[in-house]
Structures are given as C-alpha cells and as structure tokens.
Design a protein around this ligand. Structure first.
Ligand SMILES: Nc1nc2c(ncn2[C@@H]2O[C@H](COP(=O)(O)OP(=O)(O)O)[C@@H](O)[C@H]2O)c(=O)[nH]1
Ligand SMILES: [Mg+2]
Length: 361
C-alpha cells in the first residue's frame, strides 16, 4: 500500500489530477482524517459510529453529581477504520472532540482542539525536514472538520460563529446540522438558509466545495455546486438497525414512522459521506499547499506555515502554563488536606492522652 505522503506528492505535482471525484484516486487506497466538533448532545458520537459503520465510540457516561463541579477535561483520541467508497479502500481516521458545554471554560476546550490540529502540521514539517524519512510516518493532518450546529431552528449562536471563524483558516470546516430529524422540512430549509446567510454576513471561510466555472470539467462543476447548495448538511445518526420488509435499515423509529439514515429524502448523510470519502485528493492538495506556503485560487485565508508553527508554539506554552497551574493547585490542595489530617491526628492524640490519664487515675 502506498503511503499517504506519496499520494500527497502526486496530487501536488498535478493539480488537475485532483479534480473529478474519485476518478484519479489510486486503487491502492487513501488515508483520510475527519474531525467532529460541536456542542455536547448534538449527536457527534452517534454520527461517528454511523459513519464508521460500527460502534467504535462509547457515549459519555452520565456525570456523577458529586463530581459535577470538576471540569471533565479533554481527551482527543483518534480512531481508524477501513471503509470502501467507489471501489477504493479508505482508511478513515475520525477524531471526536469533547463537546462544548461539558466544560465551563469553552476557551480551554477550544485551544485543545486547535492545538491538536496544529501539532499535526508540526509533525509533518519536522518529518519533511528530516534527512532520512521515516517510512512508517503517519500523516494525521485533519482534512475536514465537521462543525455540528444544534438543531435549534433559530440562527447561529455566538459560540458557533466564534468557533467556525477561528477554525476555518486552519482546517476545512464543513458546517452540519446534527439531529436534523428534529426539524420539519420547512423549518430545516429555513434554518439552512439562515445559517448560510450568517456565515456569509460574518465572512466565515467555511469549505464551500470550490469550483472554477472556466477551468473545471462539467462534472466537477455540477457536483460541487450541488454539494454547496446542500450546505449545511442535515445529518441523522443511528446505531440501530431497523427491519423493514426483511431488510436491515439504519434509522430512528418514531411513533409516526421511521427516519432513514441512508435515504437522500430524509437527510444529507449519504451525500456528505460520499463527498468526504471521495474528495480526499482535493483537500490534501489544498492543505499541502498551505504547508508549502503556495496558496492558490479559492484558498482564502490560509495561514502560512510559519504562522501555524508560531501559533502552535504559543498554544503549547499556554497549555504548559495551564498544566503548571493545575499542578500548583493540586499541590496546594494536598497540602491543605495534609494539614487537616495532621490537626485531626493531633486532636485524636490529645484525647487519647486525656483518656490515658483518666484511666491511670
Ligand atoms: N433525534 C435524533 N437524536 C439523535 C441523533 N443522533 C444522536 N441522537 C441522540 O442524541 C443524544 C446525544 O447523542 P450523542 O451522539 O451522544 O451526542 P454528542 O454529545 O454530540 O456526542 C443521544 O440520546 C442520541 O441517541 C439524531 O440524528 N437524531
Ligand atoms: Mg459524544
């Protein structure tokens, strides 16, 4: 199997090779990394399990009230599965991130996510500057970041705007609506429209399936404009198979009927899945250009590599400082506890001595 790096170089050498879905994809398989970000409870974990076609992730256990005052902290654990799309093997790595709202301090949660994205750039810059390449090096740069918007039916919230705005220059952000089956068809289409109006109004450079009317072939133009019109993708996830006429269907059962995951009439899951799994080349090229500093058309607001490296150094410093603070707090807590224990012990000793004296008497 070819390494992702080889694939990368091919794509950069010939920009046109990347156009057209899947056509030029090597039969030997591709590697793709997708990150999911959003508020807690928007269906991220369920989506990951739906996309990976198995329950690779556990749902967060309910919070123990006794522990509710503690920040749950952050765990970013990528998982990799093998899928197939249009006859091409795809090694899909999914990175589920902690949900906003689980932590009181969203800022910290956010910088952990940015940190994760940028460390992958550090790794690749370091690998590229090595004299002898490591053949087992795994490129885990994030190709696409799905931003889960909760299905409120209102408009984007300040936190959505803020997060998408800060993520977009560093990674291809694709906005999606989680649990979209909770909205009616009219509510959903109005909500989609309002979201895109907000994204435009605030100038958020989300990934909009770029195409060039003059340069691209007909097929690419049609496909990309269709995908662009679907933004933000309406998603439904399910970890359950429902039998309909002897056929197992992934869906959600309601008293009034069944919502099917793999049905274009019910949600945009299939179209997003296909777009994600077949656009690999395009994105790698876009991101590797960002790394080499050669920014082409449509690549608005891409952060140059020096800036990414500087940013990531800053983030690491922040991270270290916070870790230090945490350690200091912990140490103080332990000291306080120790003092309390010592006092308790002293009190007990005193009462023991009093008892002894009384017994002696
Ligand atoms: N109606 C509906 N509920 C969903 C959907 N996906 C997940 N859920 C439910 O929403 C709750 C939170 O889902 P989860 O995937 O854990 O969200 P996360 O916190 O973003 O990871 C669970 O009860 C899920 O069963 C969906 O597409 N539609
Ligand atoms: Mg979750």
């Amino acid at each position: 199997m070819s390494t992702f790096m080889e694939h990368n170089r091919q794509a950069s050498a010939s920009p046109m090779a990347s156009r057209g879905r899947g056509r030029k994809q090597a039969k030997k398989g591709v590697q793709l990394t997708v990150m999911v970000v959003g508020t807690s409870g928007t269906g991220r974990t369920t989506f990951v399990n739906t996309l990976c076609e198995s329950n690779v992730l556990d749902h967060a256990a309910p919070v123990d009230p006794k522990m509710a005052h503690l920040e749950p902290g952050i765990q970013i654990k990528p998982i990799t599965v093998e899928l197939e799309e249009e006859g091409v093997r795809v090694a899909l790595t999914v990175v589920d991130t902690p949900g906003f709202g689980d932590n009181i301090d969203n800022e910290r949660c956010f910088s952990e996510i940015l940190n994760y994205i940028e460390i992958q750039y550090d790794h690749i810059l370091a690998e590229e500057s090595r004299i002898k390449r490591n053949p087992r090096f795994k490129d885990l740069r994030v190709h696409a970041c799905l931003y889960f918007i909760p299905p409120t039916g209102h408009a984007l919230r300040e936190i959505d705007i803020e997060l998408m705005r800060r993520l977009s220059p560093r990674v291809n952000v694709i906005p999606v609506i989680g649990k979209s089956d909770t909205l009616t068809m009219t509510e959903l289409s109005d909500f989609k429209q309002r979201i895109m109006e907000d994204i435009e109004y605030y100038g958020i450079p989300v990934y909009n399936f770029p195409y060039d009317e003059e340069e691209d072939d007909e097929e690419t133009i049609v496909e990309n404009s269709e995908l662009r019109n679907l933004l933000p993708f309406a998603l439904v996830g399910s970890e359950e198979d429902i039998m309909i006429n002897g056929e197992a269907i992934r869906g959600r059962r309601y008293p009034w009927g069944i919502v099917e995951v793999d049905n274009d009439e019910h949600c945009d899951f299939l179209r997003l899945r296909q777009a994600l799994l077949t656009y690999e080349n395009y994105r790698t090229e876009r991101l590797s250009r960002a790394v080499s500093g050669n920014v082409g058309p449509n690549n608005h607001d891409i952060v140059p590599p020096e800036e990414i490296a500087a940013q990531s150094a800053r983030l690491k410093e922040d991270h270290l400082r916070r870790e230090e603070e945490k350690l200091r707090e912990l140490e103080m807590k332990h000291q306080r506890e120790l003092m309390m224990r010592q006092q308790e012990l002293a009190a007990r000793e005193a009462s023991l001595r009093a008892l002894e004296t009384r017994l002696g008497e």
